[in-house]
Design a protein around this ligand. Structure first.
Ligand SMILES: Nc1ncnc2c1ncn2[C@@H]1O[C@H](COP(=O)(O)OP(=O)(O)OP(=O)(O)O)[C@@H](O)[C@H]1O
Length: 265
């Protein structure tokens, strides 16, 4: 008997209000290992709120969070991180005037020696960071002493993704990683997402870009005004349907119906 896979991270009927603002209402979304879940929606739709709930920054007002099928309230960002939930924000949180190696281990420095003889182990930090960045297909970085400020936007994203994976991420939440990038740079990031997926991570990919979502997504959720307006898996909707939905086509049709009382053609 085959059993349905259990999401590595799931929000079940989650609501989040700020005073009188309902940023999220009854949102259910599952992230599966080895899959990319695209989270789509207009400005103010609730995407940031949803990923803040997933990463332990916001506690939901209602509903539950489950990890591997077990209810696990994410009481803080640190708690979520310790359970393998890593979030990479658009600015990726790197310090441009620090090296690749220093950024890779920032806040989690490798040390050697004990007591007063304890020192940061830069040699190992260089070796490990270079190996992991290059394993993500970023071949232009030859020297872990290279300043992060000299890397392109896509390469910085790759470094942040490599770092999250090295530190044991099971779920990788990428907050609009391609939005500020050109086509070539965006394709570097899409390749990193593919690498993360092939290594078994569950990826949450937030994007406004329909072609980026269609290129990589296994599951899709559209948020409108804090509610899940549509959810489907790859192949369930045609490309045109998806483009229409992302462009707000269904919303426009719905509005048209409400205003005119006629079904949109
Ligand atoms: N800390 C907060 N306090 C009050 N209202 C908030 C807070 N955070 C979000 N909101 C409100 O919740 C709603 C959803 O916002 P959210 O930032 O989650 O949307 P979003 O889809 O991420 O938008 P964007 O793409 O513009 O970032 C908005 O109406 C927003 O004003």
């Amino acid at each position: 008997m085959s059993t349905a896979p259990i999401p590595v991270l799931e929000l079940e009927h989650v609501g989040k209000s700020f005073g009188g603002t309902h940023a999220l209402t009854d949102a259910t979304i599952g992230v599966f290992a080895g899959e990319v879940h695209c989270l789509l929606g207009d400005n103010g739709a609730g995407k940031s709120t949803l990923i803040k709930v997933m990463s332990g920054i916001h506690q939901p007002t209602s509903g539950r969070v489950l990890i591997d099928g077990v209810e696990t309230p994410l009481v803080s960002a640190r708690f979520a991180q310790d359970r393998g939930i890593a979030t990479v924000h658009q600015d990726v949180g790197m310090i441009p005037l620090m090296s690749v190696a220093r950024n890779f281990f920032l806040g989690r420095e490798l040390t050697r020696g004990r007591g007063p003889f304890r020192r940061i182990d830069m040699k190992r930090a260089r070796e490990i960071s270079l190996e992991h960045v290059r394993s993500m297909g970023i071949r232009r970085v030859h020297d872990a002493d290279q300043m992060v400020g000299t890397l392109s936007g896509g390469e910085r994203q790759a470094l942040a993704i490599a770092r999250a994976m090295y530190f044991g991420a099971k779920v990788l939440i990428l907050d609009e990683p391609t939005s500020a990038l050109g086509v070539k740079e965006a394709s570097i990031v899409l390749k990193q997402i593919e690498v993360a997926r092939s290594r078994g991570l569950g990826v949450v990919f937030i994007t406004h870009n329909a072609s980026h979502a269609l290129a990589i997504g296994d599951r899709f959720t559209v948020l409108i005004q804090g509610r899940v307006a549509a959810a489907w898996t790859r192949g369930e909707r045609s490309r045109n349907d998806v483009l229409d939905l992302m462009a707000g086509g269904e919303v426009v049709d719905d509005l048209f119906e409400k205003v005119t009382g006629e079904a949109a053609s």
